[in-house]
Structure formats: C-alpha cells, structure tokens
Write a protein that binds this ligand. Structure first.
Ligand code: APR
Ligand code: ZN
Ligand code: ZN
Length: 361
C-alpha cells in the first residue's frame, strides 16, 4: 500500500477536496499507474452533483495518461515503465457483445477488484472506474492502453474520454467517410472533436452549429468548413441551405437536449444518420416528432457511448496521427492546472469558456 494525493467529492454538491488516498499494491490483473495528466470532464462534475449515483465519496478524474508503476500477477498486456492512456472500456472478451465480434459494445467491462480508500479506510468510488485526479491510481490492467511514449500526456490523455467520444461519434458510430456532408450541433470539447474526426475522415462539408461564437471559432480551427450561430439563424434551414436543400448525411448532436435533438433530426438528409453523443439528464423526454417522420425519412438514429471506441484499436492509431501532426489534440487544451485547481476548473467549465482544463501531475 502507498499514500498519494487525490481529489475527492465527499458529498453531493460539496466543493471537491485534495486528500490523502491509500492505493493498494496491485493484485491479480491490476496495475498501479503514476498519473501524468488528467483532463477535467463534465462527468466528473456530474459525479460531484450526485447525478451518476450515490456512492460517495468519489475519487474523481478519468481522462488520463500516465506510466505503469507496478502490475499484479498474470498481467501481460503492460509492464512497469509503459506509457499508457487509461480507458473505461476494458473489454471482457466473453460477453454476448464480445462473442459476436463487437467488443466496442462490451457489456461487462473490467475494473480493479481492490478499492482505494481514505486514510480511515473509507472505500472510494473511482470515477468511471479510474480515479485519476491523483498522483497514482489502481486500475484493471485492461484499462491501460500502451501508446507511443514520446507523446505529450496532456494531449493524448484526452483520448481517454471526451475527445475519443467526439471523434468516435463521427468515424465509428456515424461512419463518416470521404465525401459525406456532416453537421455537428454543439461544439464544446465533444462536438469540436466530432468536427475534427469528420474532417479527418474526409467529409466534404463539416457544418459546426453552436450558440457561442468562441466555440464556432474554435470549431473552424479544427476543420469546420461552415459555421452557424443557432441563436441568430435557424440551424435546420442553414444546414439545408449549405447542402443543396437536402440536409446533411450525418448530423451529430453533442449537446444532449430534446430541442437540439429535434434540430439534428430535421437537419438530416433522407436516409441519413443522426448520432446522439451529448448526454441527456433523467427528466428529458424524446422531442415531439410525428412517428410518420421517423418512418418516412428512413436512415438511422444512433447513440454513441464513448464514441463506440475500442481503446486497443483506436488509441494507438489516433496517437500516431497526433504525432504526425495530422490530429491537433493540443487545440483542445485551454489551460494546464494543478491538482488543487479542479474546483476552479469546474467553474470555468460551467461558464463555458474552456474546451478542456488539464490537470498536470
Ligand atoms: N444549440 C447549440 N449549441 C448549444 C446549445 C444549443 N441550444 N446549448 C448549448 N450548446 C453548446 C454550448 O455552447 C457548448 O459549446 O453545446 C456545447 C456543449 O459543450 P460543453 O459544455 O463543453 O460539453 P462537452 O464536454 O462538449 O460535452 C457535450 O456530452 O459529455 C456530455 O455532459 C456532456 O452533455 C454534454 C455533452
Ligand atoms: Zn465483453
Ligand atoms: Zn468523461
């Protein structure tokens, strides 16, 4: 066992605290990772607000890269010294999704069996089974994806959650390929990554929609060919105007609200695809849309969890593109902060003036 600093949410809505965390030595199948960088994601704030579950106290942070310090018995995929991105989809290999060859839907993902605790022995619930706002964290070895060690941890750690969700919503779930037209509604960290993923995949048009001009400006830097401020212009009409009157082949909703979902639905061409990657809250309902429109317009309405990514396949590939200068992950980093600054970063996130704050350790 060893003691490190970690950021916890002790109770619903209370400001986060930096405390001492007990990290057990890795047991069978587990790894202890020395965290180098961890992005501040909305889901950390949702945990703090009690919006995920009531299993307080939480050890926050889950969008991270680091170096493996020690591994337990039977671990073969990583060894001490390996540079890894942490993932929350350590696939089991034997559930019904894995069995049918679709492990990116794995229904039985692995987490560490042992618990990290407070000094008094209180068990911590690590956010998304990771808990990386800490000097070191204990995870299942399958949650470690080995990548090129020369990459900047702050940039590639972002692939561990939000940026992967956005890129994957475009290239995995939406199946954006060369020549497709794409609209992305909501261009925060996730939507901006969907813009970047669409550009990377060769979309002929990438239309960014947001209500905030700063976000639209960033989206343009990430590959949007057109921008629409939906506070000023009807986004459905604007997307149609930009696509010969038809609508986009793929529309990615990265806000998570009924009204923007409805816009996505109607901004889509016949037989097109809507991808919902924004996360709704429990009280939200499907928007009021005639069932005949669902039927008559054809196509596909999909949801994207973690960008339908397979970490072992997608992380090394995207890190290579980053290292070659073909995927500008640095563009997501608005600020680099310390472990004691997580509460402040939540505030900035709430104000909407960052794409990502990244804690550097
Ligand atoms: N129309 C268009 N854009 C909107 C609207 C709207 N009605 N309302 C909000 N937005 C924009 C915001 O201006 C912001 O740029 O949506 C974006 C949301 O971005 P972030 O708050 O940075 O959230 P992000 O990290 O991108 O996550 C998007 O996925 O992970 C979930 O909880 C997260 O639901 C959120 C979504
Ligand atoms: Zn599985
Ligand atoms: Zn996240």
């Amino acid at each position: 066992m060893q003691q490190v600093r970690g950021v916890i949410a002790r109770s619903k809505g209370a400001p986060v605290e930096v405390v001492t965390v007990n990290v057990p030595d890795p047991g069978p199948g587990e790894a202890v990772v020395k965290v180098r960088a961890c992005g501040v994601c909305h889901t950390d704030l949702h945990y703090r607000e009690g919006g995920i579950n009531d299993e307080f106290p939480f050890l926050l942070g889950h969008e991270a890269a680091g170096v493996v310090e020690a591994v337990g018995a039977g671990v073969e995929n990583v060894a001490p010294g390996d540079f890894v991105i942490l993932n929350w989809r350590a696939v089991c290999g034997s559930c019904r999704a894995c069995d049918r060859g679709e492990p990116w839907y794995c229904f039985s993902t692995h987490n560490a069996a042992q618990k990290m605790t407070l000094e008094d022995g209180t068990e911590l619930s690590p956010a998304l089974g990771i808990g990386a706002f800490a000097d070191k964290t204990l995870v299942h070895s399958g949650q470690c994806t080995k990548v090129d060690p020369s990459a900047d941890p702050a940039a590639v750690g972002l692939l561990g959650c939000g940026v992967m969700a956005g890129i994957g919503a475009a290239i995995n779930t939406g199946e954006v390929t060369r020549g497709k037209t794409v609209a992305v509604i909501g261009c925060g960290g996730v939507g901006a990554a969907a813009v970047m993923g669409s550009a990377l995949a060769g979309a002929s048009k990438v239309i960014a929609v947001d209500i905030d001009d700063q976000k639209l400006e960033w989206a343009r830097q990430m590959g949007a060919t057109h921008t629409v401020n939906s506070k000023e212009t009807d986004p459905v009409e604007a997307v149609k105007d930009l696509t010969g009157g038809f609508g986009a082949d793929v529309v990615i909703e990265a806000v998570g609200r009924p009204e923007t979902y409805k816009q996505a639905f109607y901004a889509r061409d016949l037989a097109g695809t809507v991808v919902l990657v924004g996360v709704p809250t429990p009280e939200m309902q499907l928007p009021d849309i005639p069932l005949l429109d669902f039927f008559g317009r054809g196509g596909a309405l999909k949801s994207s969890w973690y960008g339908d990514c397979l970490p072992s396949r997608d992380f090394p590939m995207l890190v290579d593109l980053y290292q070659q200068g073909r995927l500008d992950l640095d563009a997501f980093i608005t600020e680099r902060v310390g472990l004691e600054d997580v509460e402040k970063a939540f505030g900035r996130m709430h104000e909407g003036d960052v794409l990502r704050s990244v804690v550097i350790l």
